[in-house]
Design a binder for this molecule. Structure first.
Ligand SMILES: Cc1cc2nc3c(=O)[nH]c(=O)nc-3n(C[C@H](O)[C@H](O)[C@H](O)COP(=O)(O)OP(=O)(O)OC[C@H]3O[C@@H](n4cnc5c(N)ncnc54)[C@H](O)[C@@H]3O)c2cc1C
Length: 485
C-alpha cells in the first residue's frame, strides 16, 4: 500500500473506536467539534508528504519499490539520518513545532524497533520476528500510532500496603494475552490507528516469575476505551493555534482486551536486559530535538515581535532576554548537528543511530528551556497580554480601535492578533498544556538528569582533580602532565 494521503487517513478513522468525551462516546472524530480540526491537521500531514513538492523529502522507496514515509527509513548511512531530520523539520515548520505527536514521531520509533529486532532476537527469536513484522506492517500501511507508557494517577508504595498495579495480564491463552486496567497517557489517541504500549506496561507473572510485557493494539480494539481530558479549542474565531490543533491526551482503559501473540513484541522476565532500547530512545529524542528547534524559533519570533510592537526592545535587559533565546536556539541547532555527525553505528543491525548521549542531553535541555522561553514571553508583554479584545470588538470600536489598540508599526488588528497569539502560547489553557507537555512528555527532566549523573563515567573527571591534588605543594611547580594510555 505505502504512503497515504489525507483522505485515505481520514477514511481509516471510520471504525469502532470508543473515544469518550464528557460522558458520551464521540461518534466520528472527524466530525466532532473540538476534535475535527485536529483530524484535519493530521490529514494535512499525509497530504503534505504526498504532495509533488514534498514527496522526495518526506518519503522514500523501499527495496521492494514501495513508497513509504521518510520517518520509517532505517539509517544505513549518516546521510539517511540527515534525510530523516530534514523530513521531521519540514513538517515541524508547518505546525511551528506545536504538534508533538505528529505521525512521524512514532513512525521513527517503529523504524528503530524494526532495526533493533535483530537484538531482540537474541533474547527470543520469536519476539524479534514479531517486532520486525510490527514495523513492516506500520510502514507498509502508513499507520498512525499513539503510545502509552505510564500509570494514570500513579500512587507510590506506602507500607504496609502495596498499591495494586493499574494494568495487568489477567490471562494467557493460546491466542494471546488478555489485558485489564488503565494506561496513560496517550497523546493523539483519538486520531491514531494503533497504540504502542511501551515495555513495563501490564504487570504479569509467567511461570510464577514477574514478566515484562509490551504490545501493540488497534485504537479500535474491542474492549478498549479512550478517556479524553477537556478539549482546549476555543469556540470563537480569533484562535490561530488552539482551534486548529489540540492533540488530545487520553487514558486508555482495557476491559479484558485480547492481544494476539503476533502483537506482543515483549514478553520476557522482568530481570532481562532490553537490548536496543537506548537506540529507540535516541531516535525519538532526535525527533523531539528537531521539532523543538522549530518551536524555539517560533517563540523567539513571537517574543521579538511583541517587544518591537511596544518598543521595549530598545532596553538592554529586553535585548539580553531575546539574546538568551537566540543562544538557546543556536544550542539546539548545534545538538542537531552533533547528533548526526557523532552518530553511533551498531554492528548487529548495521544501522546508524543518532548519538544517544547527545539526544538525551538535548531532550533535557529542550524540556527545561521551553518554560523559560514562556516566562520571557510573559515578561516582555506584561499587561498587554490581557489588554486584548476580539476582532469583532475592534470593528465595533472603529477609529477608537486604531487610537488605543495599535502597536508601534502595526495597526490595531495586527497588534491584537499578535498579542492574542502570544497569549495562546504563554497564557491559555492550551498553552499551559503545551508547557506541561514539553516538561513531561518524555518523563520528568529532574529524574532524567539524576539518571544521567548516576550513569555518567566519572573516572576521567575525578582523575583530573586527583592529578592536581597529588602534585607537590610548591609555588614554582609546573602542572603535572596527565599520563597518556
Ligand atoms: C501533556 C502530556 C502528554 C503526554 N503524552 C504521553 C504519551 O503520548 N505517551 C506516554 O506514554 N506518556 C505521555 N506523557 C506522560 C509521561 O510519560 C509522564 O508524564 C512521565 O512518564 C512522568 O510521569 P508522571 O507524569 O506520572 O510524573 P511523576 O514521575 O510522578 O513526577 C511527578 C513529580 O514527582 C517527582 N518525582 C517522581 N518520582 C520521583 C522520585 N523517584 N524521586 C524524586 N522525585 C520524584 C518528579 O520530579 C515530578 O516533579 C505525557 C505527559 C504530559 C504531561
Amino acid at each position: 500500500m505505502g504512503v497515504r494521503n489525507g483522505a485515505q487517513y481520514l477514511d481509516s478513522l471510520k471504525d469502532d473506536r470508543l473515544i469518550i468525551y464528557d460522558g458520551r462516546p464521540v461518534g466520528s472524530v472527524a466530525d466532532e467539534p473540538g476534535l475535527r480540526n485536529t483530524a484535519k491537521v493530521v490529514a494535512q500531514f499525509y497530504d503534505f508528504q504526498t504532495s509533488a513538492e514534498n514527496l522526495d523529502s518526506m518519503t522514500y522507496c523501499t527495496a521492494d519499490g514501495e513508497r513509504v514515509g521518510m520517518a520509517f527509513k532505517e539509517a544505513r548511512t549518516k546521510d539517511a539520518l540527515r534525510q530523516r531530520a530534514v523530513a521531521y523539520g519540514l513538517w515541524a515548520e508547518v505546525t511551528c513545532g506545536f504538534m508533538g505527536r505528529s505521525p512521524d514521531y512514532m513512525n521513527s520509533f517503529l523504524s528503530t524497533l524494526g532495526s533493533v529486532s535483530v537484538l531482540l532476537s537474541d533474547v527470543d527469536p520469536q519476539l524479534g520476528e514479531r517486532a520486525r513484522n510490527i514495523y513492516l506492517e506500520a510502514r507498509s500501511r502508513d499507520l498512525c500510532y499513539t503510545h502509552t507508557f505510564a500509570e494514570p494517577f500513579k500512587v507510590l508504595p506506602a507500607p504496609p500496603h502495596e498499591p495494586a498495579p493499574a494494568c495487568i495480564v489477567v490471562r494467557e491463552t493460546d491466542d494471546g494475552l488478555v489485558i485489564r486496567g488503565a494506561r496513560a497517557l496517550a497523546t493523539l489517541a483519538p486520531f491514531a490507528n494503533m497504540n504502542f504500549d511501551l515495555p513495563g506496561g501490564a504487570a504479569c507473572r509467567h511461570n510464577d516469575i514477574p514478566y515484562l510485557c509490551g504490545f501493540v493494539t488497534p485504537v479500535a480494539a474491542p474492549g478498549l476505551r479512550w478517556i479524553c481530558r477537556d478539549k482546549h479549542d476555543v469556540n470563537h474565531t480569533d484562535s490561530r493555534l488552539a482551534a486548529r490543533l489540540d492533540e488530545m491526551d487520553c487514558v486508555a482503559i482495557f476491559d479484558d482486551c485480547l492481544i494476539p501473540w503476533s502483537s506482543v513484541y515483549m514478553f520476557v522476565p522482568l530481570s532481562a536486559a532490553l537490548p536496543g532500547f537506548d537506540y529507540v530512545m535516541s531516535v525519538l529524542q532526535h525527533h523531539v530535538l528537531i521539532r523543538s528547534i522549530a518551536k524555539t524559533r517560533f517563540v523567539l519570533g513571537l517574543a521579538h515581535l511583541i517587544a518591537e510592537s511596544s518598543r521595549v526592545n530598545q532596553f538592554i535587559n529586553v535585548q539580553e532576554r531575546l539574546g538568551e533565546m537566540v543562544c538557546w536556539l543556536r544550542t539546539l541547532e548545534a545538538f542537531a548537528v552533533a547528533a548526526v555527525e557523532d552518530a553511533v553505528f551498531e554492528e548487529r543491525s548495521q544501522i546508524f543511530y543518532p548519538n544517544p548521549r547527545t539526544t538525551e542531553v538535548a531532550g533535557i535541555w529542550a524540556a527545561q528551556l521551553y518554560p523559560r522561553m514562556i516566562s520571557h514571553l510573559l515578561d516582555l508583554g506584561g499587561s498587554r497580554h490581557v489588554s486584548t479584545t476580539q476582532e469583532r470588538t475592534l470593528d465595533l470600536l472603529g477609529d477608537l480601535a486604531e487610537q488605543h489598540f495599535r502597536g508601534d508599526s502595526t495597526d490595531a488588528k495586527e497588534n491584537i492578533a499578535l498579542f492574542r497569539l502570544a497569549w495562546e502560547v504563554a497564557g491559555s489553557t492550551w498553552g499551559a498544556r503545551q508547557d506541561l507537555y514539553e516538561r513531561f512528555h518524555f518523563g520528568d527532566a529532574t529524574l532524567r538528569k539524576v539518571g544521567g549523573y548516576l550513569r555518567f563515567d566519572r573516572s576521567q573527571a575525578v582523575e583530573m582533580v586527583r592529578r592536581i591534588l597529588s602534585s607537590p605543594l610548591q609555588s614554582d611547580a609546573i602542572f603535572p602532565v596527565p599520563k597518556r594510555n
